[in-house]
Design a binder for this molecule. Structure first.
Ligand code: GLU
Ligand code: ZN
Length: 492
């Protein structure tokens, strides 16, 4: 049996971490089993639909390098793969259920349904939901309604007795009393639009889906879907509901924890390989210890057995760490082109790049590569090269354990050591040794000398290594900035 799995998002919002985690698990499971990964767009909710979401879906998967074997754009034997293009089909299947007696027409007006609901609330009735008013209409009653031009919805006839069990690979058997399953849910709306349940089940069947891996929030729909498969007489696919994605505080991951839209991560400068690697580890592991996986490796080694049952934590810091690792592994030339848009956006280099810009960027890459967590870090790290905004608050120069007076002296004597050393072609280690000796003489920590020098040169406390900064800035500009800081401390 060929494995066929699908990612079936609704284009009602941006692709987020939880969504692409589902996509990745399905994709890797298909690849590792020589199966097919299908993309299906579940756009039956026309009110919440947006073009932007659909574009975001395609561009996010493309950016991650997740190619679907069948789906929109590429087509396939079970198309179309966009539900709004399949509406006739759902109608046909809903009517088939009516003919079999498994579903029925309901002509209730919204007013009547509202009245029923109100009464249930008022009488604190144990029974909530549709009262099955139309469950047993006679043929002539139905004809009469239709003659009056009333458009019916089609409802599934949920058994009132018995239980329904659906099996989940991770969670085991989940059993519900049928009377607790939503009473006779709508399958087809009066305008002919299917509801999620109908379209989802019909498509999973017609598309030959063998395994359904989806978010745990769909577990409550499980029994209903099983009842639908049974009503049609179709084979039930295997279910595997994925562990919830939580923030570090144990609450469901949401905007409160930070950005969750993949687009935002991309904009900040996360690399796709870092996202793929880390997100796949949110609720999955191979052996409990291996952390680094390339996409190609995951395409081979992903297993359903490795999926965890317990909720998984999405840790932003851990993702930063992975991203830093991947940045350090990346090719310098690739990094050069990746950081360029950030520098252009900041107005530091031209668009298109001049030859000098390109040359400067290639020199920037090696030192920033060691310091960036995300690509956008390149802007604060290199701002000192493109704009000169001297720090005038003396306190910023003063390192812990030092004071203003010692800082002034460290700046003055340190600048001498540094500049004469550089001009005489002295080795960096030897200059560093002398600066360290100066700190000892002044009775302060090494940083008491280095911090003011760094702040003077880079106008910031977060920056590149000292000698890299000087190399990029040039000796004349370095001297100018050091002298300016010395003067600042000489004043008053
Ligand atoms: N369209 C549903 C969603 O957005 C799909 C759920 C499922 O995979 O069955 O999550
Ligand atoms: Zn009714």
């Amino acid at each position: 049996m060929e494995v066929r799995v699908r990612y079936a998002p609704s284009p009602t919002g941006l692709q987020h971490i939880g969504g692409i985690r589902t996509a990745l698990f399905n994709y890797f499971f298909a690849r590792a089993n020589g199966g097919k990964f299908i993309l299906r767009v579940e756009d039956t909710d026309r009110e919440r639909y947006s073009d932007e979401s659909l574009e975001d879906l395609y561009s996010t998967l493309e950016w991650l390098g997740i190619k679907w074997d069948e789906g929109p754009v590429v087509g396939g034997p079970c198309g179309p793969y966009i539900q709004s293009e399949r509406f006739d089909l759902y109608k046909k299947y809903a009517e088939e259920l009516v003919e079999k007696g498994k579903a029925y027409y309901c002509f209730c007006t919204p007013e009547r349904l509202e009245e029923v609901r109100k009464q249930q609330v008022e009488s604190k009735s144990e029974y909530q939901g549709y009262d099955r008013h139309c469950a047993h209409l006679s043929d002539s009653e139905i004809k009469e309604y239709l003659r009056q031009g009333i458009k019916p919805v089609i409802r599934l006839r949920v058994p009132t007795e018995g239980k329904t069990t659906f099996h989940d690979i991770l969670m085991g058997d989940i059993t519900r009393r049928n009377r607790d399953v939503s009473p006779d849910p709508i399958l087809l709306k009066s305008d002919g639009f299917p509801t999620y349940h109908l379209a989802n089940v019909v498509d999973d069947h017609l598309m030959g889906i063998t395994h359904i891996m989806r978010a745990q929030e769909w577990i409550p729909s499980g029994p209903l879907h099983v009842l639908l498969y049974e009503a049609f007489g179709w084979e039930i696919p295997q279910y595997c509901h994925l562990p919830m994605v939580m923030g570090k505080d144990g609450q469901k991951l949401s905007k409160r924890h930070g950005s969750t839209a993949v687009r935002d991560f991309r904009a900040k400068g996360y690399l796709p390989e870092a996202i793929i690697n880390y997100v796949t580890l949110v609720g999955w592991s191979l052996d409990g210890s291996t952390e680094f996986f390339s996409k190609e490796e995951l395409e081979k080694c992903f297993t359903m057995e490795g999926i965890h049952k317990a909720p998984a934590v999405f840790d932003y810091k851990k993702l930063d760490w992975f991203n830093g690792q991947y940045i350090r592994q990346a090719d310098d030339s690739r990094l050069a082109s990746l950081i360029t848009p950030y520098l252009q956006e900041a107005g530091y280099v031209k668009n298109p790049l001049s030859a000098e810009d390109a040359d400067l960027i290639s020199k920037i890459v090696p030192p920033v590569k060691e310091r960036m967590k995300v690509l956008s870090d390149v802007v604060p790290l290199t701002a000192f090269l493109f704009e000169d905004k001297p720090v005038t608050d003396k306190a910023v120069y003063v390192a812990k354990g030092s004071d203003e007076e010692k800082t002034g002296e460290a700046l003055q004597r340190g600048s001498d050591i540094l500049l004469s050393g550089l001009k005489n072609g002295e080795k960096e280690e030897s200059i560093e040794e002398k600066l360290t000796a100066l700190s000892q003489e002044l009775g302060i920590k090494v940083n008491g000398v280095f911090q003011p020098i760094r702040v003077a040169i880079t106008n910031s406390t977060v920056s590149l290594p000292l000698f890299d900064s000087i190399r990029l800035l040039g000796i004349d500009e370095t001297e100018k900035r050091l002298m300016r800081a010395v003067k600042l401390f000489e004043e008053n």
